[in-house]
Design a protein around this ligand. Sequence first.
Ligand code: ODT
Length: 175
Amino acid sequence: AQQNCQVANIQVMPNFNRTLYAGTWYAVAKKDPEGLFLIDNVVAHFQIEEDGTMTATASGRVIILNNWEMCAQMLATFEETLDPAKFRMKYWGVANYLQSGNDDHWVIATDYDNYAVHYSCRVVDADGTCLDGYSFIFSRHPTGLRAEDQATVTQMKADICMLGKYRRVPHTGFC
Ligand code: ODT
């Protein structure tokens, strides 16, 4: 495990297989970026298009304009890079008042059937560490991670230098 927290040294999923990754993932924990957007009830659906590219939809509870709580419907396309587990995610909302942007989207680790650890650094600091980033822990199961996956996921949180910075993402049926 790397411990110097250089973004450039972060290890991602070897031989990432987007076809196995496709389908529904429930966020169970999140490390927020500055200016948090998706709060809870976050579910993502990845699909592989006929041309082989990966796209996704996601929904989650957000609060916009100070006090307006709603279920955001989001869309994303993924641009490949030289590393199959590292994408650029272009995202936007179904409604134009939702966030849009272009973030790194790295798959750190997944067993495809139970858990996935996602990482995105938005701003790399002058020393090479991440100044502003976010990460989702995903489960295939709406009830959360299996007990046998928890140690693996904790190790991954440490490897990406975000251990202790996560909060639970409840699923209450809001979205
Ligand atoms: O919630 C935040 O604070 C930052 C996240 C903003 C980007 C959300 C865009 C979602 C677009 C549709 C996405 C699909 C899949 C996403 C999987 C993980 C990362 C968002």
